[in-house]
Design a protein around this ligand. Structure first.
Ligand code: FES
Length: 230
């Protein structure tokens, strides 16, 4: 009968390994140990490799550290009227060396009358040491986050006074082409434009050698406040 043949064959098959070397008790146990060790090693390596990306994602990346770190700028290199942009915490920060003529224009009554917040009364927009007509620690150097306070576009630097397509009697400043907001050379916002506030002045300080450091100052509480609004 096929069934009995099958049983017979099955018996033969199950019996066959008993005739091999692996079926001998000592050899079989050794093979099992080797297989077990190999499997465990492979598993451990696999888990380790699979965990690596996860662990590395927990550690702050170099880029993340760079984004949060203070930025030092050698301002000696700046020419009068020159503006440079550096990146701090992922945002563009302008450093502008203003000329004496620029500073003079910023005190004109005609300009001030057209500003929405000439006295920097919104305290979240600058540290205390920048609540002055020039909104800066040093009158010649203006430091500001170059993002429009309307919807975050980057305004254009337009330092030359005169009649402009976007403003008559332009006194020099920044123009945001997205929706037409205007700011003077201290980042003070004009009246009747979409941007609601002056540009943000980030915390900053100067070293004894005159280098500018953006992102630190001696008023840490204020730095935290400013950072949370940017
Ligand atoms: S984003 Fe600057 S005016 Fe709208």
């Amino acid at each position: 009968m096929s069934r009995s043949r099958g049983s017979k064959n099955q018996q033969n098959l199950t019996a066959r390994p008993g005739r091999g070397a692996a079926d001998r008790p000592g050899v079989c146990q050794t093979r099992r140990q080797i297989l077990f060790a190999a499997t465990a090693t492979t598993g451990a390596v696999g888990i380790g490799l699979a965990t690596l990306p996860f662990l590395s994602s927990l550690a702050p990346s170099t880029r993340a550290q760079e984004l949060g770190a203070p930025v030092t700028v050698n301002v000696d290199q700046l020419d009068p009227g020159e503006l440079i942009t550096v990146i701090w915490r992922g945002s563009p920060v302008w450093v502008l060396r203003r000329t004496p003529q620029m500073l003079e224009r910023m005190l004109h009554k005609h300009l001030i009358d057209g500003l929405a917040d000439p006295d920097s009364s919104v305290v979240s927009q600058q540290p205390p040491y920048a609540r002055n007509p020039f909104r800066s620690r040093r009158p010649d150097l203006f430091v500001a986050i170059g993002l429009c306070t309307h919807l975050g576009c980057i305004p254009l630097y337009q330092p030359t006074p005169g009649n402009m397509p976007f403003a008559d009697d332009w006194m020099g400043g920044f123009f945001c082409p997205c929706h037409g907001s205007r700011f003077d050379l201290a980042g003070r916002v004009a009246k009747r434009v979409p941007a609601p506030r002056n540009l943000v002045v980030p915390p900053h300080q100067y070293t004894k050698r005159g280098s500018l450091i953006i992102g630190v100052d001696d008023q840490r509480d204020e730095m935290t406040t400013i950072a949370s609004t940017s």
